[in-house]
Ligand binder design. Structure first.
Ligand SMILES: CC(C)(COP(=O)(O)OP(=O)(O)OC[C@H]1O[C@@H](n2cnc3c(N)ncnc32)[C@H](O)[C@@H]1OP(=O)(O)O)[C@@H](O)C(=O)NCCC(=O)NCCS
Length: 163
């Protein structure tokens, strides 16, 4: 568990105990997220318990490292995840609750997770993709030290030597 300076939030590895809070977060922010990224679809919400269990199984197998941002009331206010861990590389994804956005939380969380990735998960390269219109996400990646690779916004990279 890692306290994020200035945000009264902890970064915690995802567990079974987070299931209800994660579902509440996804329901509350569904329309907000769908404005900038692909909606999860009704099936996600209908089968949430099974999906959550599947994520934990992937994490147990070492394929992924999921994390939640939890406020002092126990609510989930964000998710930051590393998926497809392989050969020291993983893909980063994140989403922040609408009510917690615009305060630097995503940037702080990505920075904290990048440190964990290098120090505890043995990862040397993280990458993330965003879109040309998702300027907030581009800002987060750039501020966290990621470098854009190529001409579009589909790949930004952070090597642990750079962070
Ligand atoms: C993108 C997202 C993670 C940003 O979270 P956040 O906690 O608000 O991010 P931060 O506050 O650390 O930084 C965002 C920066 O972008 C700016 N920003 C926000 N919306 C913006 C917009 N529409 N256009 C330009 N800049 C914008 C913010 O003002 C902030 O910069 P500032 O500190 O100079 O004011 C959040 O909006 C989110 O979850 N969106 C939906 C899911 C998503 O897009 N995930 C990323 C997929 S690649």
């Amino acid at each position: 568990m890692h306290r994020l300076p200035d945000h009264d939030v902890t970064l915690e590895p995802l567990t079974a105990a987070h299931a209800d809070a994660v579902l509440a977060f996804e329901i509350e922010n569904r329309a907000y997220f769908a404005a900038s990224i692909v909606d999860r679809g009704d099936g996600y919400f209908e089968e949430f318990a099974a999906r959550h269990a599947a994520l934990l199984a992937e994490q147990e197998a070492g394929i992924c490292r999921f994390h939640v941002l939890v406020d002092d009331a126990g609510a989930v206010v964000g998710r930051v995840n590393l998926v497809d861990l392989e050969n020291g590389t993983a893909e980063l994804g994140y989403r922040i609750a609408e009510k917690a956005a615009g305060k630097g939380l995503a940037t702080a969380a990505v920075r904290a997770l990048a440190r964990l990735a290098a120090s505890e998960y043995g990862l040397t390269t993280l990458w993330a993709g965003t879109s040309a219109t998702n300027v907030a996400s581009q800002t987060v990646l750039t501020r966290a030290g990621f470098r854009r690779v190529g001409d579009d916004h589909q790949r930004y990279e952070l090597r642990s030597a750079d962070s």
